[in-house]
Ligand binder design. Structure first.
Ligand code: SAM
Length: 324
């Protein structure tokens, strides 16, 4: 039994937000810091176990824990272990700003973490500080090196493309991955409810980077079933890889394999929708039959595509709200 929508898209990948709170102030996401005052509504470990179990019975094989900043949850290690212990879940991944990576990566790995994505928008310390509000580039890169050193299977870096801050930095990023097996993903800046002005000033298409990579001999890699939306390129002179996430490109949604759950247990069929369904009441018992029926019906309502190119981002004010 596999969650499948009206367009025959199959959902093997769940993105689970565990908190809306974040301790960074990224200019495109939460420039004024976290805007939620209460964290009391966050899903509990038991609710997470029930939720992931129902998804796994419906074909989910990969869970990405995200937020907000997931490492602000004191029970993050237990959340990782809980997801990993669910029968059917093959891969548990985490997206983090890296703030706790050096301190906690070993515990996360022991709990079953297979992959970690760390957000690094610039390799220049001052620019990093300017973009994130945190003067912590060196710490975060140490954490990335540590995650590699202890053998976390996949370590990736997420870099949001920003006209002013990293448009000319491709050579720096390429030098960074030349001698280390790290996959770096450039993500096109997405417009959300709160960042319209910033988006207008800073959005940069990934197409020019794609053209440059192809001209320099980079080759497109084939995709696995649970892979995310990145187009990933390799080159024999580089140990690392470069990925491009281009939500503004044509047909970006055609092979969407992801569903999202907010930290309060709401199902979002897309990052840019104005509707969600509250699953909380269905998470109060170990009997997953009702939740599974609900999910099977709900996915039928997934739209074929987001409407970002028409400047419509649904009710998403910033990505910390649903989990980027
Ligand atoms: N706090 C974690 C982190 O920093 O990675 C996880 C949550 S964050 C919302 C997830 C990813 O979304 C980060 O890589 C962040 O840079 C990216 N992101 C946030 N807002 C974005 C936007 N408007 N457009 C593109 N990427 C965005």
């Amino acid at each position: 039994m596999m969650l499948t929508d009206a367009y025959a898209r199959r959902f093997s990948y769940l993105r689970l937000s565990v908190t809306e709170s974040c301790n960074f102030r990224c200019s495109y996401c939460l420039p004024d810091g976290t805007d939620c005052t209460s964290r009391s509504g966050e899903l509990s470990l038991t609710e997470i176990r029930r939720l992931v179990s129902a998804f796994a019975k419906l074909g989910t094989r990969k869970v990405r824990i995200t937020g907000g900043e997931p490492s602000l949850r004191k029970d993050l290690t237990e959340i990782i272990a809980t997801c990993k212990a669910v029968p059917g879940i093959e891969k548990v991944a985490l997206t983090t700003n890296g703030y706790r990576l050096k301190r906690d990566a070993l515990a996360w790995q022991a709990a079953g973490l297979d992959a970690v994505n760390v957000s690094v928008d610039s390799l220049d310390a001052d620019t990093f500080h300017l973009v994130t509000g945190q003067d912590k580039l060196a710490d975060i890169l140490d954490g990335v090196a540590y995650a590699k050193a202890i053998g976390i299977k996949q370590v990736k870096i997420n870099t949001v493309l920003l006209k002013q801050h990293n448009a000319l930095a491709l050579p720096d990023f390429l030098a960074f991955i030349q001698q280390q097996d790290i996959a770096l993903r450039f993500i096109e800046l997405m417009r959300t409810g709160d960042n319209a002005g910033f988006y207008q000033r800073q959005h940069l298409s990934g197409v020019s980077i794609q053209k440059q990579l192809l001209a320099d001999g980079w080759q497109l890699n084939p995709k696995a079933r649970t892979d995310g939306p990145a187009l990933e390129y390799s080159h024999s002179d580089y140990q690392g890889k470069i990925g491009l996430i281009m939500p503004y490109s044509k047909d970006f949604c055609a092979d969407c394999n992801r569903l999202r759950i907010s930290s309060a247990g709401q199902l979002y069929l897309c990052l840019f929708t104005d509707t969600y369904q509250d699953l909380r009441s269905l998470l109060q018992t170990d009997d997953s039959a009702a939740l599974m029926r609900f999910l099977q019906q709900a996915v039928q309502g997934k739209a074929f595509s987001h409407q970002l190119t028409q400047d419509y981002s649904g009710s998403t004010r910033h990505l910390a709200q649903i989990g980027g």
